[in-house]
Design a protein around this ligand. Structure first.
Ligand code: DAT
Ligand code: MG
Length: 147
């Protein structure tokens, strides 16, 4: 089953949207396989956003991600990477369509509440980074209903 890393970034925690956002992934039928509150270190943030190193917003992005606790989650399920990206909406909250997490709850580009892996390959790397202890695999009793 495909897995993806989802982060509820510090703005989501500060704005009390943890339940609101987590509920959207849960209601979709995805399976929760990892969940914890992490105050990201500079080192973790640098590794997570290594692909953006050198971009004008890089330092600001690192300051944001390390500014307070983040909820790190792993969601499993059919096409979970793409499904979560669809639920999140476009990066820029001002452009994300209504009905998506960012479209409903975010107006900023940087403070856009959620991170989701952008490919199954990157998900494997990101899950190993945020969950070095591993995640929990368990049999679903409702597989025929939610895939
Ligand atoms: P996404 O989070 O949708 O995968 P991304 O990987 O392109 O988007 O960028 C990572 C984060 O960096 C994004 O969630 C917010 C921030 N960001 C991206 N483009 C930005 C920009 N032009 N100005 C400020 N922050 C930006
Ligand atoms: Mg990205």
């Amino acid at each position: 089953m495909q897995r993806t890393l989802i982060l509820l970034k510090p703005d989501a925690v500060q704005r009390r949207f943890v339940g609101e956002i987590t509920g959207r992934f849960e209601r979709k039928g995805l399976r929760l396989e990892g969940l914890k509150l992490v105050h990201a270190s500079r080192d973790l943030a640098e590794k997570h956003y290594a692909v953006h190193k050198g971009k004008p917003f890089y330092e600001s992005l690192l300051s944001f991600l390390t500014s307070g606790p983040t909820v790190a989650m792993v969601w499993g399920g059919r096409e979970s990477v793409a499904v979560c990206r669809t639920l999140m909406g476009l990066t820029d909250g001002a452009k994300a369509p209504p009905g998506t997490i960012r479209g409903d709850l975010a107006l900023s580009v940087q403070n856009n509440l959620v991170h989701g892996s952008d490919s199954p390959e990157n998900a494997v790397v990101e899950i190993a980074l945020w969950f070095p202890e591993g995640v929990i695999d368990y049999p679903g009793t409702d597989a025929t209903w939610v895939g």
